[in-house]
Design a protein around this ligand. Structure first.
Ligand SMILES: [Ca+2]
Length: 226
């Protein structure tokens, strides 16, 4: 016979096992990382920006075969060659003692893309009593560009493939200087940047955006600069 308390304890143990078997928690699970809630949590309007003021006109949520909610950018040659089309996540609170992994599932008929996470800190003038909007934070650490070609931290473009594929990038990288680590330690948030740019004109499609903590950064991963 089991008491309610025993059932609770059993459930707790089962949950702990399930979590460790599945790995780290996806921080985008409740932040519309799969676009099931349209463009909620994603910034696509840049009305004050000279080049990006029409950005939102190139962005939609579409059904793509079996994939029900997919983020779609449509890029002309001019846009592809210049400023691109982008969507930015709202700032996601993080702990800078840890390393994070950004994973994106995407395909493209032409544009190469730049997919990365930007480390952010509070803007000095922001009201810190509310969750921050994108305007409440400023750049602190630029993450490496995620590469579908397997480049580790050196990619200029993501090289999104013609067929659906999934790739990841870590922020901060596995090896960094103490100088870079100093900048990373200022980060209080990550902002995910999805940018269709480079390559040729066409459609740029993203279905799943995930962000996981990879656990603490170890002292041996930081190189002393002279
Ligand atoms: Ca989806």
């Amino acid at each position: 016979m089991t008491t309610p308390w025993m059932r609770t304890a059993l459930l707790g143990a089962t949950l702990a096992l399930t979590l460790s078997a599945q790995g780290a928690e996806n921080l985008m699970r409740n932040r519309n990382g799969g676009f099931e809630h349209g463009l909620t949590n994603w910034l696509i309007h840049f009305p004050d920006h000279d080049f990006l003021k029409d950005n939102h006109q190139h962005v939609s949520i579409v059904q793509e075969g079996a994939r029900k909610h997919v983020l779609k950018f449509v890029l002309s040659r001019t846009v592809t060659d210049n400023w691109g089309v982008q969507a930015l996540s709202l700032p996601i609170p993080i702990d800078a003692r840890n390393r994070y992994k950004l994973t994106v599932t995407a395909r493209s008929t032409g544009p190469s893309g730049r997919l990365y996470a930007m480390g952010k800190q509070w803007h000095p003038k922001a009201d810190r009593s509310k969750p921050p909007t994108n305007a409440d934070v400023r750049d602190a650490f630029k993450g490496s560009i995620l590469s579908f070609a397997g480049e580790k931290g050196t990619a200029q473009f993501s090289g999104v493939k013609k067929t659906w594929a999934t790739a990841s990038v870590e922020i901060p990288p596995r090896q960094m200087t103490d100088l870079a680590y100093g900048f990373w330690q200022k980060c209080q948030f990550l902002e995910i940047h999805l940018v269709g740019i480079g390559g040729t004109a066409g459609e740029f499609l993203i279905d799943e955006v995930q962000l996981e903590s990879m656990g603490p950064i170890l002292p041996g991963q930081i190189k002393k600069t002279k």
